[in-house]
Design a protein around this ligand. Structure first.
Ligand SMILES: Nc1ncnc2c1ncn2[C@@H]1O[C@H](COP(=O)(O)OP(=O)(O)OP(=O)(O)O)[C@@H](O)[C@H]1O
Length: 282
């Protein structure tokens, strides 16, 4: 595994507390009738409380599968996933997933009903408190005034805000997001990234975020694992807390994005090539 230099050293230092989530040598497979598809191979990752941890890789490299395994929907065929040192054996309210699809909200429930639903279904809170928590969460994503609207009355971005509010209302240990903004237009996507970062600033939740956009990984994440094409392996881990939406388009940002691209797709890094030529010439 490579630690990408120039984008800061990895955060694991002697002073770092124990990780909240540990993915240890995890292999994930799908058994179909004809064959076994290996989606991820011996993945090792540590996610710390408060991280905005991004899984970045090309289409089909196993990002969603890994996220589903962390959520407890899929069991590893090899290795272990530990949350607070306890093995993940199934789904739980401590890990909530926000998906890409807009149809993740039951259409017959209002915004308030949608956000309250898991609080009531899991018997976390009595109705009055659930309502208060849901209203608070709806306000945090900027949707106050839309409590009585139904999903079909909302834009794609608003629906994703409701899904985020619903997840945050549960106060999960980890918020899992699977390409949550990929189906949005470019402007809304940028706005949602900005809002997610503001929300994180306010609430400081732990986030695991799947994307295949290098830009999005640099902007959203403080740490990013780069996965190779299927079966996904961790090719490199980078710290990217130096970047935010203001960095977009800047020279350093473009250079970092291009190095990540080269790492992902195994093309030689022009900077490294230049360094090698310089060494060879000496
Ligand atoms: N239910 C399934 N049964 C069999 N194979 C599957 C199943 N789900 C995913 N796969 C395969 O596992 C591999 C990883 O899929 P996965 O959806 O995790 O990739 P991904 O990196 O999230 O891709 P994308 O960015 O396109 O969503 C792919 O080759 C895919 O075809």
């Amino acid at each position: 595994m490579v630690l990408l230099s120039g984008v800061n050293a990895a955060s694991a230092t002697a002073a770092t507390p124990d990780p909240l989530l540990r993915v240890k040598g995890v292999t994930l497979e799908y058994a179909t009738r004809e064959r076994v598809v290996r989606a991820a191979h011996r993945i090792n990752l540590d996610v710390h409380a408060g991280d905005r941890f991004v899984l970045l890789g090309p289409s089909g490299c196993g990002k969603s599968t890994l996220l589903k395994a962390i959520a407890g929907f899929i069991r590893p065929t090899e290795g272990q996933i530990l949350l607070d040192d306890r093995p993940v054996t199934g789904p739980g309210a401590d890990r909530i997933v926000v998906f890409q699809e807009f149809d993740q909200l039951p259409p017959w429930k209002t915004v308030l009903g949608n956000v309250m639903f898991p609080l009531l279904a899991s018997r976390r809170l009595p109705r009055a408190e659930a309502k208060e928590r849901a209203r608070d969460s709806i306000a945090k994503v900027g949707l106050s005034g839309f409590e009585d609207s139904f999903p079909h009355q909302l834009s794609g971005g608003m629906k994703q805000r409701v899904a985020i509010a619903r997840a945050l209302a549960m106060k999960p240990r980890i918020l899992l997001m699977d390409e949550p903004f990929a189906a949005l237009d470019a402007l809304t996507r940028r706005k949602m990234q900005e809002e997610l970062l503001q929300l994180w600033d306010e609430v400081r939740f732990t986030l695991i975020f799947v994307t295949h956009s290098i830009e999005e990984a640099l902007v959203v994440g403080n740490r990013t694992a780069l996965l190779s094409p299927r079966p996904g392996r961790v090719r490199a881990e980078i710290n990217c807390h130096a970047w935010d939406l203001h960095s977009l388009g800047g020279r350093d940002f473009q250079a970092a994005a291009s190095r990540i691209h080269n790492l992902l797709f195994d093309t030689p890094d022009p900077e490294d090539a230049q360094d090698n030529r310089a060494v060879a010439a000496e």
